[in-house]
Design a protein around this ligand. Structure first.
Ligand code: HEM
Ligand code: HEM
Length: 370
């Protein structure tokens, strides 16, 4: 089905005419542009997903990413021609762009199958997202400098849409093949959650088996968002400040320990793993004055913060204990937020204050910037 650059029959222009499914350079580039933008958008959405609506988004992401790979044989014709025409920095920038996209796709597959969840200190998912984000400025440059993907009215013709359907079908078949092989070989990826995250492995057997949960604290990795660092806080000096309606109230560690509210919740990290665990502490709504409106801003000793809907306060927990033991520093001692149904970056650690604010919860960057 792939393209051939060799002559496949008489050509009036004298140029090689590709055989098989003919897409042409412009449609190939346009297809890649659509596939990459779709992968970036759905990838971002997949990172926001913590509840059931995430499943179709994550499947769509896999399809978009695989569609880029399906187009590779057609693109190779364009690439060979471009490389023959060019030399210098522009050529190498295009090659670097290509390598980043290939690295992102390979790391995405390494994660999804679970065949290679870690590459040294980093997870396959971190490599995946790192490579994809690094490719974004190069994609913008490549598309602007090279052009060659301007849509035409004829792209909506029946024949053109049929060809697009064949590419999409190819991506679907590839997706089924990857998913089928992962399950047949019983790779860790077969136990992915709808967000694509893989269960953590237990410590008792040296990490040989995945644990559906609830797990002990040692099984839960310690990870931070970007530049956040683990804090060592003195519980005697530590206070939790609740600021609401112009008044403040400071709670001590001992006071918070007295509540004993419990919740079993899944911590699903954007690094690509998840863990079900039992958390204990105090429900946030118990610390807030009744009748308040707006959002709550949960602030860490590091300055890291997330704004959440006040309506969630009844399901949010300020946890002081994990799996029956006080939190470790890495897990957020003295207190960290537990936000069921939300990805790990909402679970603010080393919380020092909770501020009621009239602004709506969505008035913040979708992902923390530091
Ligand atoms: C997976 C995505 C893509 C990769 C890996 C990729 C890679 C490359 C490489 C390595 C070359 C040859 C070197 C060069 O000419 O600079 C090239 C050429 C080219 N690319 Fe891309 N590209 C991708 C997507 C796109 C997109 C989205 C567009 C259009 C918006 C595009 C338009 C072109 C054009 C017009 C050429 C020059 C062809 C020629 O001179 O004959 N490419 N691409
Ligand atoms: C250049 C852009 C990207 C490409 C080409 C790409 C491609 C892929 C591929 C091929 C897979 C494996 C899919 C499967 O077999 O099911 C994958 C998985 C994944 N990607 Fe991306 N991706 C891109 C960007 C991103 C971004 C920016 C994010 C997040 C911010 C992201 C998040 C994910 C997640 C969570 C998975 C796991 C999905 C699953 O396990 O089914 N991707 N990606």
């Amino acid at each position: 089905m792939g393209p051939r650059a060799t002559r496949a029959g008489p050509s009036t222009t004298g140029r090689p005419r590709p055989a098989g499914l003919r897409l042409g350079a412009r449609r190939t580039n346009l297809g890649l542009l659509i596939g990459l933008v779709a992968a970036l958008v759905t990838g971002g959405l997949a990172f926001a997903a913590g509840t059931g609506w995430g499943r179709p988004v994550v499947v769509a992401h896999g399809l978009a990413g695989l569609a880029v790979l399906v187009l590779a044989p057609w693109k190779s014709v364009v690439v060979r021609r471009g490389l023959a025409r060019r030399s210098g920095a522009g050529r190498w920038t295009s090659v670097a762009f290509g390598l980043l996209v290939l690295a992102a796709a390979a790391a995405g597959l390494a994660h999804a199958t679970g065949a290679l969840a870690h590459l040294g200190p980093v997870s396959a998912m971190q490599v995946h997202v790192g490579a994809a984000l690094a490719a974004v400025p190069l994609l913008a440059w490549h598309a602007a400098a090279r052009g060659g993907a301007r849509p035409r009215r004829t792209d909506l013709s029946r024949r053109a849409l049929l060809r697009a359907g064949v590419v999409a079908g190819g991506a679907g078949l590839l997706w089924l093949a990857v998913e089928g092989a992962t399950r047949l070989a019983a790779l860790p990826g077969a136990r992915r959650r709808f967000t694509g995250s893989i269960p953590v492995t237990g410590q008792a057997d040296g990490g040989a088996t995945a644990v559906p949960g609830p797990v002990d604290a040692a099984s839960i990795p310690v990870t931070q968002w970007l530049d956040d660092r683990v804090q060592a806080l003195d519980p005697a000096a530590w206070r939790l400040r609740i600021a609401a309606g112009g008044t403040t109230r400071d709670w001590t560690y001992a006071e918070l320990e007295g509540f004993g509210d419990q919740v079993e919740a899944v911590l699903d990290c954007t690094g690509g793993w998840f863990a079900l665990a039992t958390w204990e502490g105090v429900r946030l709504d118990r610390l807030l004055p009744p009748g308040a409106a707006g959002s709550v801003v949960v602030v860490s000793a590091t300055g890291y913060r997330r704004r959440l809907p006040l309506g969630d306060a009844g399901t949010l927990l300020l946890a002081t204990r994990l799996a029956g033991r006080p939190l470790s520093a890495g897990h957020g001692f003295p207190a960290r937020l537990v936000a069921p149904g939300r990805r790990g970056f909402w679970w603010v650690k080393w919380v020092v204050s909770v501020e009621l604010d009239p602004a709506p919860w969505w008035r913040q960057p979708p992902f923390p910037l530091t």
